[in-house]
Design a protein around this ligand. Structure first.
Ligand code: SAH
Length: 350
């Protein structure tokens, strides 16, 4: 497990006990594993040579045997409106992923990708247009956060897995990533400050519930009837809204964490009063928070944003029905802000 494309084990993807096992097999003392782990996950070292308290001999051995994922920045765009930064990183095998850094009142937030491309096929999303290349290793997800924290020189306090890819389609990697990210010996980000967004893979939602993590699970609902949802998201052909709601209830029962519904408002498609009424009927019983996202138009599709008045009316109607609702602030509108757009424009240039 956790092999890079070159066939070597990615040392950044290993938990501390796994690392201890590896180093013991190399004849090293357990404390060396702890030192190495802290270099990678706390001091955010970029290479073995900077790990100065490890003997040179060990550093050479490590470099020979293991890969150590370190993403390379290939592009950065900064919003002049709100300072949001969008990074494009190259992986060891040359594929690129994008990650976003956002500054909020309550701290800095990083949005990471979980896969290279995506196979879910949501109609309004740019990330899925080229299909799935591969899932990311835990170390490749972590290093998006590490690299950004070094490049900005600022602490990251919130992480959202809402970039390119379907995190639950890369389940084992995601779980290992979450364990490492929240580990006391690592960056130690509180689980409550982590959000994982899914298009609604029911079996994996249930599996995740059993882990009883204190993260926030966000469900990309985007429609309140199966028919409408199917027209926007192919995954809706696999799982009905009824199945999804059941999985959400189960998730809440297991973890005590309320689900967030994400709902991208698409002009003339899912933004009527009837849509709002039906959505309230789904969110109410589960006490879900609803996050409305004005759809970010991509040039490959005709979808347009709902008018501002309509968005407000939609929000008011939900509130009147007792639903806790926010409209997502659009960060970085002036840069290739929508999911997968920076990566896509980069690949088209290449
Ligand atoms: N695959 C996961 C996470 C990635 S997308 C998921 O589906 O949840 C993160 C969120 O952005 C999802 O709610 C997704 O539906 C939404 N999204 C993607 N493209 C968008 C666009 N062009 N405009 C508005 N929201 C978009």
């Amino acid at each position: 497990m956790w092999k890079t494309q070159s066939g070597k084990l990615d040392i950044k993807s290993l938990s501390l006990p796994q690392l201890q096992e590896e180093l013991t097999a190399l004849g090293e003392k357990p404390f060396r594993a702890r030192q190495l782990y802290q270099w990678m996950h706390q001091k955010l070292a970029r290479d073995y040579d900077s790990m100065t308290n490890l003997p040179g001999e060990l550093r050479r051995k490590l470099a020979e045997r293991y890969a150590c994922t370190c993403l390379r920045q290939v592009q950065m765009q900064e919003s002049r409106i709100d300072g949001t930064k969008k990074f494009l990183f190259a992986l060891e095998d040359g594929h690129v992923v994008e990650s976003v850094w956002m500054r909020y009142k309550h701290g800095n937030s990083v949005c990471i990708s979980s896969q290279v491309g995506c196979r879910m096929g949501c109609k309004f999303c740019a990330s899925t247009l080229g299909g799935l290349v591969r899932g990311l290793l835990p170390g490749e997800m972590l290093d998006q956060i590490y690299a950004i924290s070094l490049l900005t020189g600022e602490r990251v306090s919130n992480v959202v897995v809402m970039g390119t890819g379907e995190p639950l389609d890369n389940y084992d990697s995601l779980l290992q990533f979450l364990r490492l990210l929240t580990d006391e010996q690592g960056l130690h980000i509180s689980a409550r400050n982590i959000t994982v967004s899914t298009c609604g893979l029911v079996p994996e939602m249930r599996r995740l519930a059993k882990e009883k993590l204190q993260i926030t699970l966000a469900l990309s609902l985007h429609a309140a009837t199966d028919e409408k949802r199917r027209s926007l998201m192919p995954v809706a052909n696999r799982y009905s809204i009824a199945q999804l709601m059941e999985a959400c209830g189960y998730y809440f029962d297991q973890t005590g964490r309320r689900i967030t519904f994400e709902y991208s408002l698409v002009g003339g498609v899912n933004d009527t009063r009837e849509d709002a009424r039906l959505l309230a009927g789904l969110a109410g019983p589960l006490r879900c928070h609803v996050n409305l996202i004005p759809v970010n138009p991509i040039k490959e599709r005709e979808y347009v944003q709902s008018e501002a008045g309509r968005i407000q009316a939609f929000k008011n109607l939900l509130e009147k029905n007792g639903i806790n609702v926010t409209i997502r602030r659009e960060m970085g509108r002036d840069i290739d802000g929508a999911c997968g757009q920076l990566r896509r424009s980069y690949m088209q240039e290449e």
